[in-house]
Write a protein that binds this ligand. Structure first.
Ligand code: ARG
Length: 254
C-alpha cells in the first residue's frame, strides 16, 4: 500500500515537472535539468577526480542548490576561455568556475549573488626576493589567461607587456614557474593554497599582498535571463540559511 502511494506520488511529480519544462524552455529558468559549464582545472573548486568525474567545492555548491530547488544537474568540462561563449550561446545554462563578479563581465553576463570570497596571491620560488605585488614590475609572471589575475598583471605591467605569460590553465601557469620560465605566478588563493598544500616538497612560497582586492564568486548566466538568476539566488539564499553553504565552502559570505 505504502509503495503504491509512493509510486503514485513520484508519477505525479514527474508529470508536472515535464509539463513545466516544455512550457518554458526558451529562457532556461524552469527547466528540470540544468547543464552547467565549468573549467575543471581549478582544485579544490572544480577539477577532475582520478575516475574522470567533475568534482569540487563549486560542484557541491551547485548540487546543493539544485537539490534545494528540485533540479537535476549535469556538468560539462568546457574549459576557461570557451566557457564564456558557451554561456552566451546557450550551450550551457550557466557556469560555475570560481568566476569573479566584475563590472567588466557584468556588461556581457548576469551573475547571481556572491557565494565565495577570494583574493589574488603570488607564488614564487622559495629563494625569490619578490615580497609584494609591486616587486613584480619588470619581472616575468604567469597567470591563467583572461582571469582577474591576468587583469591585475595588465594593470601593473601594461596590457601588452611581454612580461606577462598568459596560460590556458592555472596548473600550466604554475608549470611556467616551476620550469623557471617566469619568476612568479599570480592566481586566486582558493586554488594556489591548495597547490601548496598538495605539493609540500616543491620549493615555492606564497606571497600575500593586502592591496589585492576582495573578489566575490558568482554563478554566471546569459545576459537577460533574470528568471534563472532569481531562481539560483533563491537556492543560494536557502543554502546560506540552512548552513549548507558554510559546510561546503568553509565560510559564510555576506
Ligand atoms: N576568479 C578568477 C576569475 O574569475 C579565476 C577563475 C578561474 N577559474 C577556473 N576554473 N579556471 O577570473
Amino acid at each position: 500500500m505504502f509503495l503504491f502511494i509512493l509510486l503514485f506520488l513520484v508519477g505525479c511529480g514527474t508529470g508536472s515537472d515535464d509539463s513545466s519544462s516544455s512550457e518554458n524552455e526558451s529562457d532556461g529558468s524552469t527547466k528540470d535539468k540544468w547543464v552547467v559549464g565549468t573549467d575543471a582545472t581549478y582544485a579544490p573548486m572544480e577539477y577532475m577526480d582520478s575516475e574522470g568525474n567533475i568534482v569540487g567545492i563549486d560542484i557541491d555548491l551547485v548540487e546543493a542548490i539544485a537539490e534545494e530547488l528540485g533540479k537535476e544537474v549535469e556538468f560539462k568540462n568546457i574549459g576557461w576561455e570557451p566557457l564564456f561563449p558557451a554561456v552566451d550561446n546557450g550551450e550551457v545554462d550557466f557556469a560555475v568556475s570560481s568566476i569573479t563578479i566584475t563590472d567588466d563581465r557584468k556588461e556581457s553576463f548576469d551573475f547571481t549573488d556572491p557565494y565565495y570570497v577570494a583574493n589574488q596571491v603570488i607564488l614564487v620560488s622559495e629563494d625569490s626576493s619578490i615580497k609584494s605585488k609591486d616587486d613584480l614590475v619588470g619581472k616575468r609572471a604567469s597567470v591563467q589567461i583572461n582571469t582577474t589575475g591576468h587583469q591585475v598583471l595588465k594593470d601593473l605591467m601594461g596590457a601588452t607587456s611581454a612580461d606577462i605569460v598568459a596560460s590556458e590553465t592555472m596548473p600550466i601557469a604554475i608549470e611556467e614557474l616551476l620550469n623557471g620560465n617566469v619568476e612568479a605566478s599570480v592566481g586566486d588563493n582558493s586554488t594556489v593554497n591548495e597547490y601548496i598544500k598538495n605539493n609540500p616538497n616543491v620549493n615555492v612560497k606564497l606571497i600575500e599582498d593586502n592591496s589585492f582586492e576582495k573578489e566575490y564568486y558568482g554563478l554566471m548566466v546569459k545576459k537577460g535571463n533574470s528568471e534563472l538568476v532569481e531562481e539560483l539566488n533563491k537556492g543560494i539564499q536557502a543554502i546560506k540559511d540552512s548552513g549548507k553553504l558554510k559546510e561546503i565552502t568553509g565560510f559564510d559570505v555576506e
